[in-house]
Design a protein around this ligand. Structure first.
Ligand code: AMP
Length: 369
């Protein structure tokens, strides 16, 4: 059988690579528009090596059955050029919210979710009283283009706030109150154009220097957390008329309450463990949601975890032989040139029960610098 459907992707990084790897067995061909000649997705998809706004590249994407994306900062002109020619999922309205921290938080609150206290900082005058308004200690984050802890600064005084805003180039920012969370968890929701909805697992996450370090399923969260996270994800998906997949990152407070930290309108690093959990993967879920194929929840069938492989300042690599020898490991490498702070791959880990998983995870973490 030849391909039954073609999916276009704006962006050709590792998320596009893994979306393509999930799409192929479904009979779906993938075309990516991505200027980087070394883009990871080039190895398993048709690679249109051109700027995101390239008319010929966009014309090729417009011939696909649907177009999705692997990053939210797609140029508005690219989306405008595709509009009316091919379904783009998620669409421009949702992306406009999720690419701007202040607008995102306002839209989350409008959908009934809680967030950390925040004050938008756009003009010098906004600095006055801002720190006091968020509880005296905060994180200043650029409203746009921040990821993996980039474009962020911790501030504990008015002087630090002013200096941080200067250092970030006085661009529009959000000052967030520092949340004393108990744990960080995430959960994704998929929704098709027809309104069918399905959920990913509740996953527990740890970070190192602002970058995701580990994800674990099942999360060691209080009873009822997953149901609450699903409820919030469903509310946001409906309110924002999601078509595609959306991941929510939460802070869980000591009271058990969930605050939404941020959302990503796509598969997310914290969902990579679903590749090896025995159920559907988040990548297949996004492909299905975007192309209107039937959806099911994508909860893993057994305990599973993930450790990110990130480039280090000293260029150290994981002890690959030992990683391979550890029972239950599954490698996922992105074929990217190493650079400090760059995500180069991840190692998934499976085990028959949670205790074994936790013990193996500790050993695996010791092998990945
Ligand atoms: P972000 O880029 O917003 O996802 O932030 C990266 C990480 O920084 C989060 O996953 C948290 O570990 C931490 N962080 C971000 N915002 C806050 C906050 N308001 N309070 C406490 N920690 C935060």
């Amino acid at each position: 059988m030849t391909s039954r459907l073609t999916l276009g992707i704006l962006g050709g990084g590792q998320l596009a690579q893994m979306l393509a790897l999930a799409a192929l067995p479904l009979g779906v061909r993938v075309v990516v528009l991505e200027p980087d000649p070394q883009a990871p997705a080039r190895l398993c998809a048709e690679h249109l090596q051109a700027p995101y706004t390239d008319p010929a590249g966009l014309a090729r994407l417009a011939q696909c059955d649907a177009v999705t994306l692997e990053f939210e900062n797609v140029p508005v002109e690219a989306l405008a050029a595709l509009e009316g020619r091919v379904p783009v999922r998620p669409g421009g309205g949702l992306l406009a919210r999720s690419r701007h921290r202040a607008r995102e938080k306002e839209a989350l609150r409008a959908a009934g979710a809680q967030t950390a206290p925040f004050v938008p900082i756009e003009h010098e005058a906004d600095l006055v009283g801002a720190l006091e308004a968020v509880g005296g200690r905060g994180l200043l984050k650029t409203s746009e283009l921040g990821y993996d802890g980039k474009g962020q600064a911790r501030v504990n005084s008015r002087e630090e706030l002013r200096a941080a805003w200067d250092a970030l180039g006085r661009v529009p920012c959000v000052l967030e109150g520092l949340v004393a969370f108990e744990r960080e968890v995430s959960l994704a929701v998929a929704r098709s154009a027809g309104g069918e909805v399905a959920f990913g697992p509740l996953v527990e996450n740890t970070h190192r220097q602002g970058i995701l370090r580990t994800s674990v399923f099942p999360a060691a969260a209080p009873e009822g957390t997953e149901a609450r996270a699903r409820e919030l994800a469903h509310a946001v998906a409906q309110a924002w008329a999601l078509e595609g997949l959306l991941t929510l990152e939460f802070f869980q407070l000591p009271s058990g309450e969930l605050l939404v930290n941020e959302v990503a309108p796509r598969v997310h690093n914290s969902g990579h463990l679903t590749q090896d959990g025995g159920g559907l993967s988040q990548f297949e879920a996004q492909v299905r949601a975007v192309l209107g194929l039937p959806l099911t929840n994508w909860t893993p069938l057994h305990p599973t975890a993930m450790v990110n492989v990130v480039g280090t300042a000293g260029g150290q690599e994981p002890d690959w032989a030992a990683v391979d020898a550890l029972p239950g490991t599954r490698l996922h490498l992105y074929h990217k040139a190493p650079r400090p702070g760059r995500k180069l791959g991840h190692v998934n880990l499976v085990a028959p029960e949670v205790e074994t998983l936790r013990a193996r995870l500790e050993r695996l973490e010791g092998l990945v610098p």
